[in-house]
Design a protein around this ligand. Structure first.
Ligand code: SF4
Length: 362
């Protein structure tokens, strides 16, 4: 197939759902850990096309959502310093901390720019030599290589007014933590397509070997997702857990080795706190000592307080996959995309936002 319409073709969708219905005869709990999958599943109404016994569970797939409130408070505190300009991706700006969001802080006078790439933040620093530009470095494996490349560029250009706030996360450690959680029973994993472009499909092999979890790397169009669910159903029916790659047009077994090398040159793993999941060993990234001058948390005294959820918000349980948005008493009442209380309602990849926008299609 060549064009996006073909990946959304009704006939192909129907033939895939028919096959899934014809072979599925047992309960199957499939977790997706990518916010783009969550949105696509909801937007295309895929849940209602599946047999009742197939349950789709949304996990911690949105990098903005898993960033703890204490870190967002630290972003806000930094933004209030007169010598600092904050550069950030757009989703982060509306996420409330325990007090204000970055958007409210900008409205009160702080200089906060939305950028589309960390390189844009570096250029901003070049244009504003009297200010310290801080890029809020949030994201999974997909975004980290460009951030690492930006740090290398900053080092080459000897920029001393550019830093990042390192809050990047990596996917395998939380997957391990989730599989060990007795409250969460997952049989199969719809592995994230974007992350897998960098990490490779074989990075999930440990889930098969250590936990007997069936894994399929999936693309983002309806037929990509249904084809991947069909592959998972087959694996479970035949009791042969494996890693399969159903997104072969962009994902390889070994991933993007060159991109990972750049990341390893610049970053090193560190224990990191995830909203809802707590602190997970080696699940975050910090800069190598050689590049520590570009780490704002080592350059300035920044206080990161232990996090607490906004009152009544169930984002923590939703990110763990043990609650659904409509179980939150604030869903659609106190908390809407216009007036969000938790990050899962803010982000374009958030589970609560997906339920709010497309709940009638479920
Ligand atoms: S509906 Fe709002 S308050 Fe409730 S869990 Fe979702 S983001 Fe949090």
């Amino acid at each position: 197939m060549k064009y996006v319409d073909e990946y959304r073709g009704q006939d192909f969708v129907h033939s895939l759902t028919k096959k899934i219905h014809s072979i599925s005869d047992r309960t199957l709990r499939i977790m997706e850990v990518c916010g783009t999958h969550t949105m696509s599943i909801f937007k295309h109404g895929l849940r209602r096309m599946l047999p009742e016994q197939i349950k789709l569970i949304s996990g911690p797939g949105c990098p903005v959502c898993v960033t703890p409130a204490g870190v967002i408070d630290a972003f806000v505190e930094l933004a209030n310093r007169p010598e600092v300009i904050i550069a950030t991706f757009g989703d982060m700006i509306r996420v409330p901390g325990t007090g204000h969001s970055l958007m409210q802080t900008r409205a009160a006078g702080a200089e906060i720019h939305i950028v589309y790439s960390p390189m844009d933040a570096l250029e901003l620093a070049a244009q504003q030599p009297d200010k310290l530009v801080v890029f809020l470095s949030v994201g999974f494996e997909t975004t980290t290589p460009t951030i690492a490349a930006t740090i290398l560029e900053a080092a080459t250009r000897q920029m001393d007014n550019f830093c990042i706030f390192p809050a990047n996360k990596i996917m395998p450690p939380p997957l391990k933590a989730l599989m060990q959680d007795p409250n969460l029973q997952v049989d199969a994993l719809l592995c994230p397509g974007h992350v897998s472009i960098i990490s490779g499909s074989e990075s999930y092999r440990f889930l098969v070997e250590d936990y007997g979890i069936s894994c399929v790397v999936a693309g983002f169009e309806p037929t990509d997702i249904l084809l991947s669910i069909l592959a998972l159903v087959r694996q479970v029916q035949e009791e042969r857990p494996d890693v399969e790659n159903c997104y072969g047009r962009v994902v390889t077994a070994e991933g993007n080795i060159k991109a990972r090398k750049i990341v390893e040159t610049v970053f090193t793993p560190v224990d990191s706190e995830w909203r809802g999941l707590g602190s997970i060993k080696d699940s975050g990234l910090t800069l190598q000592d050689k590049y520590s001058r570009f780490d704002i948390t080592r350059r300035l005294d920044i206080d990161i307080q232990p996090s607490c959820e906004p009152k009544g918000c169930r984002c923590g349980d939703i990110l763990k996959g043990i609650s659904q948005p409509q179980e939150c008493p604030l869903f659609g009442k106190g908390c809407t995309p216009t007036v969000p209380i938790g990050p899962c309602m803010v982000s374009s990849e958030g589970t609560c936002a997906a339920w709010y926008r497309y709940g009638t299609l479920i």
